[in-house]
Each structure stands twice: as C-alpha cells, then as structure tokens.
Design a protein around this ligand. Structure first.
Ligand code: UDX
Length: 429
C-alpha cells in the first residue's frame, strides 16, 4: 500500500483521495482552504456526491485519510503526489494553470525519485511536459505522469472506483507501472502510454466528443420542433446502430458543468495556438450557445411577449444528481428571461443560483409555480416526474409546461389540463 498525497480538495481531489483510501492506501490531502479542511476532518465532504460521506467517514474512522493546509507537510514522504488543482478557463478558452505552478514552487525540493508527480487536473496539451521541465530546472528528480480523470459529477465515487478506463502516460515506464498499480483493485481497461501528451489529448478529445454528441442531437431537436419530428424517436433509432451508440443523445437545454464548456473552449483555443484549427469543436461551442438561447426563444414563440410574465424554473443544477450550478444553462436562461422582463422563480432540490440571482430562488416547486404563466424544466431531477400536475395546474396562472429535458410524462401533464411542450417533440407530446 502506498503513501498518496492529493493536492486540492475539490470535486476531483476529494473523490480520488477517499477512493484510494477505500482501497487501503494511506492518503493525505493538501487543501489550502482551512474551513474546508475543518469540514473534511469533521466528516463533511462539502460537496454533494453519493457515497462520498460514507467513504469519507470510513477513511477517517480507520485513519487512512488526513487533511492539512500545509502542502509541504502533505507531500513529505509521499510515494505519489496527485495534483487535483483547479485549471479554470479564461474568456478566450486559455487555461489558467497558475495554481499548479504556485503549488509546485512551494514543494519542488520535496519531490524526488522514486516519488512520482501525477497530474489529475485537466491541463493544456503539452503542459505535463512543461511541468516536468519546471521540476527538472528546480532540481527535482520526480517523474511526472499524466493520469487524467474522467469521473462524472453525481456518480463521481462510483466512476472513480469502477472507471471505464484508466489512462496513464509518461516516458518513465517504472513510474507508469507504479501509478497503474495504485488502481489494481479497480476494474476497467488499462491504457499505458509512453508520453504525457497523448493522455492530455485523450481527455480533451473525450469531453469534446461527448459535447459534440449533445450539440448534434440538440440541433436535430430544433429541426424536429421546426418540422414536426420527434427527437426521442430519432435518438432511439440512431442509438440502435452500435457505431453511433445511444448514450449522450439526450436533447436538453445545452450542456453545462465544470468540464464540457471549459474543455471544449480549451481544445478550440489549443487548435488556434497550434495552427491546427479544431473546427468541429469550435462549431459545437457555438451550437451549444444557440441551444441555450433557443430555450427562451421557443418559450417566447409559444407564450408571446415575456415582459410582465412570471416564469417558474425547475432545476438550477447543470444536470440532475449534483448540487453544482457552475456553467449551468439555467443561469443564462434565467438572465435572459429577466432581461426580457419576466419575473423568475427558480427551484432546485440542491443547487443554488449565483449570488446576484439569489432573490429568484425559492424553496419548493410549489413556490416556483405559484401564479406562473409557464413552467420551464431545465434539470432532469427525477422528483419533478412525481409532481402532482393537477395541483400544479391550480397553482399556475397560465398553463404551459416546457420540459427541456423530455423527462416528464407529457400525457399526465396534459391530463391535468396543462399544455405540454417537450424539446424537439412537437409530434410526440
Ligand atoms: C463530464 C464527462 O462526462 C466526464 O467524463 C469528465 O470527466 C467531466 O465532464 P460531467 O461534467 O460531470 O462529466 O457531466 P456529464 O454527465 O458529462 O454532463 C455534461 C452536460 O451535458 C450536462 O449539462 C448534461 O445535462 C448534458 N447532457 C449530457 C445532455 O444534455 N445530454 C446528454 O445526453 C448527456
């Protein structure tokens, strides 16, 4: 069993840390936010992820995890130092990697072979090589291994413990083998590469491809709305072709979250910088923005002028199962509705709107629905499916229910005397 340090206690870092602790490794988390560290020590994972509280409690209980704000103390004696630091995108898609170098500047003298530095954060193509040069220039002898994380929010722990694939790459075979051995107990395909660049591209290409599938089906949904087709039937029949696959063909209000928008922007920017334009992903980004705008345009088409209207928004999270509203389509949709003069009441079982919109957030779906002219469902929370639509209809002033995720039973909604609209489902309500 290894001594593992994880620097950064965000979504990725904490999940990786408790996951390795669960498999018997001894894990130290270096997190600079002292309030977070206190909460972690008290067994509070801060973020909402299924199984995370249980695994954190288990690891604290058996002493296999500890937390510190002192990164130097965290890496001292580590066999592997995982970097799970934020790498936010700037407006033009450029990735800000300064957090990584700030931490490395603090700890490089403690990073020496056989200890291995592992990059979990999504970093631009070529960044692992730059990290390795930075460390070598500062006299560190640790190998740098790229080991991108593919976990999905809302099922992050399960994805970490049972991934589809584990990708590890560097020009140091022994370091690759050691890092791969940490995942011994986990299922999934193993991909070991002899460089750090290929794993970086695998990560961007995977997320960009997922974004492409979503943007594609969303354009088809718009076509269905315009022509009378049913996107659910289209997606289902497309998915019967194994070469296409049925997953990630659910049309919705546009993709969001902390990864797909950032990673598509980054890949497009990397294409520009390297002189290899990534035209597909660049078009996908524009198409996704169109989809987000389309939601309010379509509502306006159906409802008429939105000025003076009251709109109930169901769902603030970028997807069901998470309390995360980062880059959620709900946010620009609510802003647009407000700009058009609508009053918005938004409800989400977990996620919160950004502080400048917090007045729009209410505590129950009933509060949101009260006196509304229309309901827009943005996040596919299962609990929205069990709403009593007769009660909803008595609460509302109008009668329009716009289900941008196609998760409600349209017939049940209509049986309650309401008007149901799905996304790309003009023929299939
Ligand atoms: C994604 C990748 O899936 C994961 O591998 C990577 O490590 C991080 O980014 P995540 O951001 O958690 O994970 O969410 P994901 O489930 O991929 O959904 C991304 C967005 O696409 C959400 O807004 C979701 O609602 C939307 N989506 C997804 C659709 O609109 N339709 C789909 O069919 C699937």
């Amino acid at each position: 069993m290894a001594n593992i340090t994880v620097i950064g206690g965000g979504y990725v870092g904490l999940v990786v840390a408790v996951g390795f602790a669960h498999h018997g490794h001894s894990v130290v988390v270096g997190e600079r936010d002292s309030i977070r560290v206190e909460r972690f020590r008290a067994g509070d994972p801060v973020i909402h992820e299924p199984r995370l509280p249980e695994l954190l409690a288990e690891a604290i209980g058996d002493g296999s995890i500890s937390f510190t704000t002192d990164n130097r103390a965290a890496v001292d004696g580590a066999d592997a130092v995982f970097l799970a630091l934020p790498t936010p995108a700037m407006a033009d898609g450029t990735v800000n990697v300064s957090a990584i170098y700030a931490v490395l500047s603090e700890i490089y003298d403690l990073l020496n072979a056989p200890a291995v530095v592992v990059t979990k954060s999504t970093v631009p193509v070529g960044e692992n090589a730059r990290i390795a040069s930075f460390l070598a220039e500062h006299g560190s002898t640790a190998a740098v291994v790229s080991n991108p994380e593919f976990l999905q929010e809302g099922s992050a722990v399960d994805h970490f413990l049972a991934p589809d694939r584990i990708v590890v790459g560097s020009s140091h075979p022994a370091a690759n083998e050691f890092i791969m051995s940490l995942y011994e107990e986990m299922p999934g395909e193993r991909v070991t590469l002899a460089d750090t660049t290929t794993p970086e591209i695998i990560k961007y290409a995977s997320n960009a491809f997922l974004a492409t599938k979503i943007a594609f089906i969303n354009e088809i949904a718009r076509l269905c709305d315009a022509t009378g087709g049913d996107v659910l039937q289209v997606a289902a029949a497309m998915g019967m072709d194994d070469r296409i696959g049925g997953k990630f063909l659910n049309s919705g209000p546009g993709y969001g979250g902390s990864c797909l928008p950032k990673d598509t922007a980054a890949l497009s920017r990397i294409g520009e910088l390297t002189g290899v334009p990534q035209t597909v992903v660049t078009a996908v980004i524009a198409s996704n923005l169109d989809q987000i705008s389309y939601v309010t345009q379509y509502l306006e088409q159906q409802l008429g002028d939105l000025a003076g209207s009251t709109i109930a928004v169901l769902g603030v999270a970028f997807k069901a199962g998470t309390g995360d509203s980062r880059d959620s389509p709900a946010v620009p949709i609510i802003r647009t509705l407000m700009t058009k003069g609508a009053t918005v009441h938004a409800y989400d079982p977990l996620a919160k709107l950004p502080s400048d919109l917090e007045d729009a957030q209410v505590d129950t779906w009933r509060d949101a629905a009260q006196s509304s002219d229309a309901v827009i469902l943005i996040t596919g929370w299962p609990e929205f499916g069990s709403i009593d639509f007769s009660e909803l209809s008595t609460l509302m002033r109008g009668n329009l229910v716009y289900d941008t995720r196609n998760v409600l039973d349209g017939q049940r909604v209509e049986n309650a005397g309401l008007r149901y609209l799905g996304m790309g489902r003009s023929a299939g309500a």
